[in-house]
Design a protein around this ligand. Sequence first.
Ligand code: G1P
Ligand code: ZN
Length: 544
Amino acid sequence: MNIQTISTTPFDDQKPGTSGLRKKVAVFERNHYLENFVQAIFNTLGDCRGKTLVLGGDGRYLNRQAIQIILKMAAAHGFATVLVGQGGLLSTPAASCIIRRYQAYGGIILSASHNPGGPEGDFGLKYNASNGGPAPEQLTEAFYARSRNLTEYRIARADDVDLDILGEQRIGEMTLRIIDPVDDYARLMQELFDFDRIRALFQSGRFTMRFDAMHAITGPYAKRILEEQLGAPSGTVMNGVPLEDFGGGHPDPNLVHAHDLAELMYGPSALSFGAASDGDGDRNMVMGREFFVTPSDSLAVLAANAHHLPGYRAGLAGVARSMPTSRAADRVAGHLGIESFETPTGWKFFGNLLDAGRITLCGEESFGTGSNHVREKDGLWAVLFWINLLAEKRTSVAEIVREHWRRFGRDYYTRHDYEALDAAIGQQIMDRLVGQLERLPGQSFGNYKVVSADDFSYRDPVDNSYTEHQGIRLFFENDSRIVFRLSGTGTEGATLRIYIERFEPDPENHGFDPQDALKEAIDVAEALCKVKALSGRSRPDVIT
Ligand code: G1P
Ligand code: ZN
């Protein structure tokens, strides 16, 4: 095999964020940009000879070209086998499943998750380790360090391969196996959920649903599992064909971006169930008839009901939530007498807890829920979990959630995002908050009296690693909490996220719209951070 060594110069911006390296397509298209980062990964991994790599992406613009380059680089580094999803496609949770099932050394997933795609959109690359989970921080830091002093990369000189034909091909010594992207994942879902019962629910004719794949990766997965295996009527999956630019949309499953679906959930002919997933298939949004399930509540409901489902009958070891996620899951853990953990934002922090068997379920407020079945959050898994629960309980989504609130109390919750702020303003807001931390306890803002305030840090109970500056937390006397943090996934300026919640134990007060129930707390948040005043914006860009 002809291996070329190409000289290059380092880029100084290849620092992975919350979820891999994510940049505008134009940045990834710069000469050597992708190659450099892949070389930094391979250098960090060390001897790759004889190892198996999993490779695939969410199908966005640049996916196929990037796969051709990475395959040739993998061949040049001596990988024995690379497993690639047909057409270059693999959802993030399926990649995690495949890494685990085939005991691969690791995997490269090409995605910028819920960020828009196409030539003007974003592209991304993340590395997952042999447990199937996102590279831990020591590893991503090492990729970055390596990227800073690269002088060359190695790539095999070979023809492009055909990514669409299932089966084996070779690039030099390396075996390339094109696999069906759905098979292994679908088999895993079958082990976890009661497919017979779900089939009966669809057959009953009383259950109507749509799954919005948003022209992203979950289309083929949802069609196979929901329509072919579970007997949902054809057309249940909408926007099911993955497109390089996601049809011009923003593949983020929330009420703003999944509006086609949201519309079907209201009015006289509203469906019983609606769900959506994001660009790479790891996020989920779940709705009932005229009822939106907050992701934080979804995690708590799943935790409280997991024992009804085949894969979780033995009960849960523990649950974890990211810090900005509402405390609803903690209440369930307390009730079940199991451990609960509060981790920094980002799925990678759940990995150690899952590997060590300390938790079974975990989730984030950002439409991410998952379990120990893989090491990523998993959109379609969460949707199947809900459908299985509905098949089991034969009641509505709204009733399941309201019943949950009656039992545990309701954590009113909202997140307000100010996107693409001037980076300096974002930093100024955070610096000012940090500067106030010591003085805040004891201060009152209307009915809101601060009892404690901190800059969140986390000591991993498994490997003892320490992560700091993960967001400002303020706790109030009335069992409310406000959190401020800057996004680690945005590709433009700074995005400020404000997370606002208040616990309401009294069922008489459970029926309000969160924006109304939290109105005063929302004003307190502005008084504290002054984002509107400093940025001149009159409202958040996205409210979830
Ligand atoms: C966002 C979410 C976070 C999630 C990440 C990757 O990160 O807030 O929960 O893990 O996307 O999907 P952020 O932009 O807030 O850093
Ligand atoms: Zn995603």
